[in-house]
Ligand binder design. Structure first.
Ligand code: FAD
Length: 510
């Protein structure tokens, strides 16, 4: 250590990692892509279930959080409860629907309490991942934001926690004459810090979870907000509180117990509701619509604006805490228009009905661009890999792709439930490979699967939001057997995953 370094004191682990010259290759047992809720969960489970495993999480952003850091629009909050969106291992102690700031603070505590910070490298965008069967290694390259240099790593196992959509840019359809609009057009994924919406007329195009959280957050300050939708969406509403958690807290029950009991209660109720949407869709629909009517009153046109034509749960159902969206509508600060866009004008939008909507700002809450592979260039033994050519093993591994797992959560239950389940599986698999001396595991269709029907990743009859329909061709195929699909059923997978037979012929070891 020279004099200058001595004055600074010993480098912490993060600094030591950063100090590695860019022309060297570092090796880790596991590389994690991303430090969102999935990547941080993966890091926690590796340290606790596979101690001694060397690993690093490479993250594009300059901090952790993923979705909860990149989305900065007013009101950004979860649409599912944090008892189940939180990890199973760290109690959530606040109101169930949480702001992005609260979620980031919770994740920060997970990182701090478990010493995960030295394992995360920010400002590293993974650009390529190449598997070599000769070396049984992934070679992973990441572009550093600070220097622009390419950092090179090797890893035995690649844990893809990069989410499912492109963070850099949201999806905005191309409407007629968009360029003629004299005001500002903004996508919520790129909310400008300087956007002044005070006393302005705002149109929010879309009626998904983003629109439903953004509108009540800005309605108080805008002159008026119009939610413009082509077709309606289902919402759930109620108090932002879980009664059983409140009761247990009053009884001074330990928070770890409250977390577990509340999770079980929520999951039990969600299971019952999900089953109802399949078995008695009309009754489920009635339940949802009467809750909306309770806020908006009998004279409001719920049939036009809040009654979708599809069965509930075919698209994600956002939870509206304390009915804030409906209260905004009831107060007259916000309104809903169900119509189609003919074209943009200098001052707003002309609708197909002939009606015009005036606006100073137009927000396009029109969804994501699906990205199945984090925009990483993949190669297997020198051949480019297109995930769409593979078949998924339970929505987390892929035929012909060795030593790789992708975390793709649930739509009808909290994403994080699957982060924990997949992590248990990966840690069990890594330990199994060590025990049997295998360096490579590749999912493969078994002889009994040879005539299996191959289908798109998800059945549109089951779940069909726009971003999935637009990007389905990018996603791996599914088979018609439980092993070869992401069935989106937490309640089945919580029992099936721990029972997965690692000796099954679907896993080919070398
Ligand atoms: C506004 C919004 C609200 C949501 N609310 C809920 C909710 O309430 N409940 C729920 O269950 N789900 C919700 N979701 C879905 C949500 O995205 C997931 O639940 C969850 O946050 C995804 O976590 P993740 O870590 O898998 O992915 P992400 O949060 O997308 O994080 C992935 C991380 O990987 C990084 N990354 C990507 N590619 C690369 C690369 N090539 N190299 C390095 N790093 C890379 C990204 O920068 C990012 O930080 C919501 C989504 C959005 C957009």
């Amino acid at each position: 250590m020279d004099e200058k370094d001595k004055r600074k004191g010993p480098m912490n682990v993060q600094e030591q990692i950063r100090a590695v010259p860019s022309d060297s290759t570092e090796h880790f047992d596991v590389i994690i892509a991303g430090a969102g809720i999935s990547g941080v969960g993966a890091a926690y489970h590796l340290t606790t279930q596979c101690p001694g495993t060397s690993f690093v999480a490479l993250e594009t952003q300059n901090s952790f959080g993923g979705t909860w850091r990149t989305h900065r629009y007013p009101g950004i909050r979860s649409d599912s409860d944090l008892h189940t969106f939180g990890y199973r291992f760290k109690p959530w102690t606040s109101a169930p629907i949480a702001t992005a700031a609260e979620i980031l603070s919770y994740m920060g505590e997970v990182i701090e309490e478990n010493g995960l910070a030295p394992h995360i490298r920010y400002g590293h965008t993974i650009s390529s991942a190449r598997w070599s069967s000769r070396e049984n290694l992934w070679t992973i390259e990441a572009v550093r934001a600070d220097t622009g240099e390419v950092a090179r790593f090797t890893a035995n196992f690649f844990w893809m926690c990069q989410g499912y959509y492109r963070h850099a840019e949201g999806y905005t359809p191309e409407w007629n004459a968009m360029g003629s609009f004299k005001g500002r057009i903004v996508h919520p994924q790129k909310w400008p810090d300087d956007l002044d919406y005070k006393n302005k007329k705002v149109i929010v195009i879309g009626s998904g979870a983003t629109a439903a959280t953004l509108i009540p957050a800005i309605a108080g300050e805008c002159a008026h907000v119009t939610m413009l939708q082509r077709s309606p969406t289902y919402f759930r509403t109620g108090r932002n509180a879980i009664e059983i958690a409140e009761t247990l807290r009053t009884l001074q029950v330990d928070e770890a117990w409250i977390h577990e009991i509340t999770r079980r209660k929520i999951l039990h109720d969600q299971d019952a509701f999900t089953r109802k949407t399949f078995e008695e869709p009309e009754a489920a629909k009635k339940d949802l619509l009467s809750a909306v009517e309770a806020y908006l009153g009998p004279d409001y046109d719920i049939a036009t604006h809040f009654t979708p034509s599809y069965r509930p749960w075919r698209q994600r159902i956002a939870f509206i805490p304390d009915g804030d969206l409906f209260q905004g509508i009831k107060s007259g600060k916000a309104s809903v228009v169900t119509d189609e866009i003919d074209r943009f004008t200098e001052t707003g939008i002309l609708l197909k009905s002939g009606k015009t909507l005036e606006a100073d700002i137009i927000v396009t809450a029109t969804g994501f661009n699906l990205s199945a592979n984090g925009d990483i260039e993949f190669e297997i033994d020198g051949k480019p890999l297109d995930f769409a050519d593979t078949v998924t093993y339970r929505g987390m591994m892929f035929t012909g792709v060795p030593n790789l797992v992708w975390v793709f959560g649930y739509f009808r239950a909290s994403w994080t439930l699957r982060v924990d389940l997949v992590a248990d599986f990966v840690c069990r698999l890594l330990k199994h490979m060590k025990t049997i001396g295998a360096r490579k595991v590749t999912p493969a269709l078994r002889p009994e699967d040879s005539n299996m029907h191959l289908l798109p990743w998800i059945d549109p009859e089951n779940f069909n939001p726009g971003y999935m329909m637009r990007g389905m061709h990018l996603l791996p195929k599914r088979g018609d057997k439980p092993e070869w699909q992401h069935n989106q059923d937490y309640w089945a997978e919580k029992d099936e995953f721990p029972a997965i037979d690692l000796g099954d012929r679907a896993f080919v070891y070398d």
